[in-house]
Design a protein around this ligand. Structure first.
Ligand SMILES: [Zn+2]
Length: 83
């Protein structure tokens, strides 16, 4: 009986953080003027925004964050309806 050589169930540290790689995911929102990072939370199956206070925006891709997108979408939908 030699069935003990099971390779299944090996857990790799998928959450290992590489600073340079993480930097690629950091974006700068020109609307609220802060850097943020979008992370995918597998446990929640959704994107989470983490705001980085006092983070240098130099060289970061400028992209309006989800929070501001929602706010502007709300504002524009209100404007369309007209008061
Ligand atoms: Zn923003």
């Amino acid at each position: 009986m030699s069935g003990d050589n099971i390779k299944a169930g090996i857990r790799k540290h998928a959450w290992k953080v590489d600073a340079k790689r993480a930097d690629k995911y950091i974006k700068y929102c020109p609307k609220c003027k802060r850097c943020y990072e979008q992370m995918f939370r597998h446990t929640w199956q959704q994107l989470t925004i983490v705001y980085l206070e006092n983070f240098p925006s130099y060289g970061k891709e400028k992209l309006i964050c989800d929070d501001c997108v929602k706010k502007s979408a709300l504002a524009s939908s209100n404007a369309k309806k007209g008061g």
